[in-house]
Ligand binder design. Structure first.
Ligand code: FE
Length: 206
């Protein structure tokens, strides 16, 4: 060979392949330059990973199951109702609640990116952000639901809602059979994250 192609030391090969490494590198640099406070960053991450999560949405759903006036207000203007409960903030500025019935099952996607009601559900799961879910939720929602283990009666229509930066949807699932005597805490424990995205159903009481 007249010359070597040194493909193996092309500059790209020197970059860390893992996005987590790049994020760490950026964080280190910004911290060194005094542009961010790592303690504040940890606080934000902790807030969205541990303190804000699906338990907030579950609380809202459980209350709606028990209190018809609350349910009506929630369906009318969810943003105001959930803000009253203290669930507001980034990515939750305009929340719309869509109610499942025997006739209609609602399912939420963000076809463009990963818009999601953070104050009610926390950080979106990886599958919600995946290309596959974003494309297939609209094209073949019943097949996607089947893969999540959700089988609906033939007479139930599936309605897919495309979240945007302006509107974040939360599904109000149907109250499971056998949950009649339960208090709000026990009901909230039945509400799964996926049931509020529409890719799951609430747990059935033991
Ligand atoms: Fe988005």
């Amino acid at each position: 060979m007249p010359h070597d192609h040194h493909d193996h030391d092309h500059p790209h090969a020197l970059l860390p392949p893992d996005p987590a490494l790049r994020v760490k590198a950026l964080e280190t640099l910004l911290t060194r330059k005094g542009l961010i406070d790592p303690a504040a960053l940890d606080e934000i991450i902790d807030t969205y990973q541990n303190r804000i999560g699906p338990q907030n949405g579950a609380r809202v759903v459980a209350r709606a199951w028990r209190d018809p006036a609350f349910r009506a207000a929630l369906l009318e203007d969810a943003t105001a109702v959930v803000a009253d409960l203290g669930f507001f903030g980034r990515q939750g500025e305009h929340v719309v609640v869509v109610e499942n019935t025997p006739e209609v099952h609602n399912m939420v996607v963000c076809t463009l990116c990963s818009c999601y009601p953070w104050p009610l559900l926390g950080i979106p799961p990886a599958w919600y952000k995946s290309d596959a879910y974003r494309a297939r939720a609209v094209r073949e929602p019943r097949r996607v639901l089947a893969e999540f283990g959700v089988a609906l009666p033939a007479r139930t229509a599936v309605r897919v809602w495309d979240s945007t930066a302006e509107i974040r949807y939360l599904v109000l699932p149907m109250r499971p059979a056998g949950s009649d005597g339960l208090d709000e805490d026990a009901l909230a424990a039945l509400v799964t994250r996926d049931s509020m995205i529409g890719t799951g159903l609430p747990a059935v009481p033991a």
